[in-house]
Structure formats: structure tokens, C-alpha cells
Write a protein that binds this ligand. Sequence first.
Ligand SMILES: Cc1ncc(COP(=O)(O)O)c(C=O)c1O
Length: 301
Amino acid sequence: MGLLCSYKILAERPEEAEELESSEDIIMATNATATEVKKRISLPLSSHRPVPYNGPSREEVLGLRRQYLTPGLITYYREPLLVVEGHMQYVWDETGKQYLDGFAGIVSVSVGHCHPKVVEKVREQVGKLQHTTTIYMHPTIGLFGKKLAEHMPPDSGLSVTYFTNSGSEANEVAILSAREYTGNSEVLSLRNGYHGGTQATMALTAHGTWKFKSNPAIGIKHATPGYCYRCPYGLEYPSCEVKCARDVEDLIRYETPGEVACFIASGSTAEFASPTKCRPVLAGPARSSGASRTGASRRIW
Ligand SMILES: Cc1ncc(COP(=O)(O)O)c(C=O)c1O
């Protein structure tokens, strides 16, 4: 059995990622070096039996992607993985090999793959009404908004939801709202963060792998991330005196009119990498990716 884990961890160190020949080599990457992750551990089994796969072979799927899909879609590993079935925390490849999924579609399947309750509700709904639009009324969107509001911290003022189809879209809306509300245009983001593939979110993204030369970042400034695991300054907490947070301050002071629309931090910077100690200095709670992420959640403060 293998284990899938976050591509972001690997993407930060391409030279390490290359050492990993396949997903099988990855066991625990969160706090480990590439050499350490090559260790294997046995994982709990599942009683779920995948149905025999009779679709196109892995090579054929690769060929189809190359011929008919944008080259912008990348795969991970020298031997890309074909995933054909999922059940709760496990997925299976076309050969019936089982993987413990520590990745969950970039935290999009937070309750597990094909959770029976989710499957039942989806089946019920698509059998009744597949699609309508917000121009017409439907009870579910309002009820869902109410449920979300009830889960927000009391007195947080977080009671209104804008539903979007993707994380990129959520970020676009959040930035637009912040700019409208404050009347300021500058947005602060952190280096090494990923925020999406649309024009503005690609500009917010501060990782060369995910940027195009033709899409300049306008009205966006990137600060050094609070990333203790691989400190950009080579320092250690607490003797570093949170130099990274000072960079945010300097950025506001020297590269903006002194006021900004908002500050955005992604999972690959704030939540995954920055130490809890840095968060108050960076002015607020980190975004919670797992909690409300049915697609992807973004919090801006
Ligand atoms: C932190 C973060 N922000 C934004 C996005 C973009 O979300 P989407 O691919 O749904 O547009 C992602 C997607 O992986 C993400 O991980």
C-alpha cells in the first residue's frame, strides 16, 4: 500500500521530489526530508473491495491527456498515478493497489472518498433536480448558508456566505470585496503561497512554477513568509525576532501608500508553514483549509 501526500511539500524542493520515484516512496512528508520519507510503514487495511477496472490503461490515459488536454495540467511523480476508485480514506489504482490518501484532492474531500451519507444525498438530489440558478429560488442554498453561519464563532460577524465554484473564484471575490470595502487596491501576499490559476490569484501566487510571464502582478506585494521549517533568512525562533513579520511591516511602509486592501495567506504559507507564534504578529488567525473546504476555503483578514 502507498500513501498520497501534499504536492506542495514536494513542489517546494523539486530536487527532493525527483528523488521520489513514485507515490509509494512517500510515507510522511510533513516534517521529513526526502531521505526520511523513503522509509516504509504498514498501514491499516480496509474491507472495501474495488470493482475490477476495465477502462483505458495508464499509458493510454497519459496519451489522452497529452493529446487532448492542456499541457498546463501537470502530473506528479516520474510514474504518474492513475486513481480509479475511492472509499473513505483510501483510493485504488487501476491494478487494484490500495493507497491511504493523505492528500484528499488538495483537501477537497475532507470527509473521505464516497462517504455513504454524501453519496446518498448526491444521488437523491441529482435524481430530483440537477441544476438551477440563483436567479430562481431553491431552499438548499439558504439553509446551507444558515448552517454555515451557525458554525462561525459568536460575535465574529461572519454570518453571510458567498458561494463559489472554486478556490480561485473565492479568492477573486474576497479581494474584490476587500478592495471595494477599504477603497485601497494593494493586496499583501506571502512568497511561496499558492492562491489559484485565474488572473488575480496567479498574481497573488508567489511561486514561479505556477506563474506565467504574461500575467504581471498589479497591486500585489509579496512578503517573506513566516516559514520556520525552512526559514528564508536561515534564522531560528525566537532569536529571529520574527524577522518575517517585520518584512510585512516594511512592505506596507515602503511599497504601499501605507494602507492596503487586505492580507492573504494560503495553506502552503500561513497554515502549513508558519509557526503559531508568528500568527498574532502577522495580524490574525490563519485560514482554516480543512474546515469549510468542500471546494476550497479562503479567509482574508
Ligand atoms: C491554498 C489554495 N488557494 C487557492 C487554490 C485554488 O483553488 P481552485 O483550484 O479550486 O481554484 C488552491 C488549490 O489548490 C489552494 O490550495
